[in-house]
Design a protein around this ligand. Structure first.
Ligand code: CTP
Length: 421
């Protein structure tokens, strides 16, 4: 039985070309036993009519903030409070901006502000609008407020361009609604999400993600705050582009990404072994935050207080997985990509890492606690690479880790072509 059964969904339909898909969504939700109340923005009514939404939902459709009859039947506060979840489909750049800034100048935006329920949005817009810093700022604010996102995905757009901004399909939104009703705090990328052009078909990509745990004794370990989200998003983007993907994950609190072969390891040494056994590959992406040191000899028994006073831990350096793979003379992947977790002089340190580790590209990110990146949902990265003897760098606007994954894979497709041409 679907988690939608017996649940009440308030669906806000925004004014975009993807609004027609909201009608199919109503049907899919009702098939699964949900009751659906629909609000149409004024702009939405240019794309779908209140009559078709009413016919499919079987309930009265609301459009007007100041309608006396609507207000007498069910006030707008009640409309949002009675819902188990509010779903915005399509979430246009304008609606997202209103939500981010707390504007309430029509029924839809008023409901979204007046609610104490969770909100799931399925954005859809032209890719330039999606990538615009203003939209990216609004998305970051909404994510920080706990708004859930389903998509958008890469794809052909009604405007003839290709890229992120295409709305997820109704069944993907249904899956996201079910996950949200089950309490999910992050909606995984839809399985079919990135309808990439299949640029990595026939290629193998190995990705590491998450932290490593280095045991001190049977109950204690050295670790870091890495969540594994960025590495998972990269693995998903690579799979979506058609690659065979092996994800080698340290201990994370995330489910394995669907349809991706995921190997679980604890320590840096195990991670290196797993990577070596996953080779040969065309691309190796070291997104894991590997612990630099391990305890020379982990205690077999739990270390007790008292006795000889405070214990001293003798540390030894872990193998550098990235440098080991990049330095292979035989069976080196065509592209070896490193990450650089930095708290200062990001570009300068990333350039040094590029040289020291012998990789082809470094994706640097700012891991100062105030950036909220490590462990968070979004990322702001600077790519640092080499062209001949010169290094170059390129900074991307802050975006969801999913989107950074897609952009990175698109970049690597081009780089791989260049390198293997
Ligand atoms: N890395 C690795 N094996 C290690 C340490 C790091 O493969 N033992 C990889 C990470 O996966 C990442 C890159 O190296 O792709 C850089 O990691 P980072 O922690 O930023 O750099 P370090 O080498 O640890 O250098 P420092 O801590 O001095 O900045």
């Amino acid at each position: 039985m679907s988690t939608l059964s017996g649940r009440r969904i308030l669906l806000v339909i925004g004014g975009g070309i993807a609004a027609f898909k909201a009608l199919d969504l109503i049907r899919r939700m009702r098939e699964r036993g949900a009751s659906v109340h629909v609000v149409l923005t004024e702009a939405a009514q240019h794309f779908v009519t209140p009559l078709s939404a009413a016919a499919l939902s079987g309930t009265k459709v609301f459009t007007d903030l100041f309608s006396l009859t609507d207000e007498a039947e069910m006030g707008h506060i009640e409309l949002s409070r009675a819902a188990d979840l509010i779903v915005v489909v399509p979430a246009t750049a304008d609606l997202l901006a209103k939500m981010a800034h707390g504007l309430a100048d029509d029924l839809a935006s008023t409901l979204l502000l007046a609610t104490d329920k969770r909100i799931l949005v399925a954005p859809a817009m032209n890719l330039r609008m999606w990538l615009h810093p203003a939209t990216q700022r609004n998305l970051a604010a909404l994510r920080a407020d706990g708004t859930l996102f389903c998509g958008p995905v890469d794809g052909d757009m009604a405007c003839g361009e290709y890229g992120p901004g295409r709305m997820s399909e109704p069944l993907e939104i249904v899956a996201a609604i079910e996950a949200a009703l089950a309490g999910a705090t992050v909606i995984p990328l839809p399985h079919s999400a990135p309808k990439g052009p299949g640029a990595l078909v026939g290629k193998k990509v190995v990705v590491t993600c998450g932290p490593t745990h280095e045991p001190i004794d049977p109950v204690r370990y050295i670790a870091n705050r890495s969540s594994g989200r960025q590495g998972q998003a990269i693995a998903q983007a690579a799979a979506a582009a058609g690659a065979e993907v092996v994800l080698i994950s340290g201990p994370v609190n995330l489910p394995d990404p669907p349809h991706i072969e995921t190997l679980h390891v604890e320590t840096a040494q195990e991670m290196l072994q797993a990577v070596e056994s996953a080779l040969p590959a065309d691309i190796f992406i070291a997104a894991a935050a590997v612990a630099d040191w391990r305890v020379a000899t982990a205690s077999e028994h739990k270390i007790k207080k008292g006795g000889d006073g405070v214990p001293t831990l003798a540390l030894v350096e872990n193998p550098d997985i990235l440098a080991t793979i990049a330095g292979r003379t035989e069976g080196r992947p065509s592209l070896v990509i490193g990450f650089a977790a930095e708290t200062e002089n990001v570009v300068e340190n990333a350039e040094k890492k590029l040289a020291r580790k012998g990789c082809d590209l470094v994706v640097a990110n700012d891991v100062r606690p105030e950036s909220g990146i490590m462990g968070g949902d979004s990322n702001a990265v600077t790519l640092v690479g080499r062209a001949g003897h010169e290094t170059w760098h390129e900074t991307w606007p802050r975006a969801s880790k999913g989107e950074v994954g897609h952009r990175l894979i698109a970049h690597l497709v081009a780089l791989l072509k260049e390198k293997t041409a």
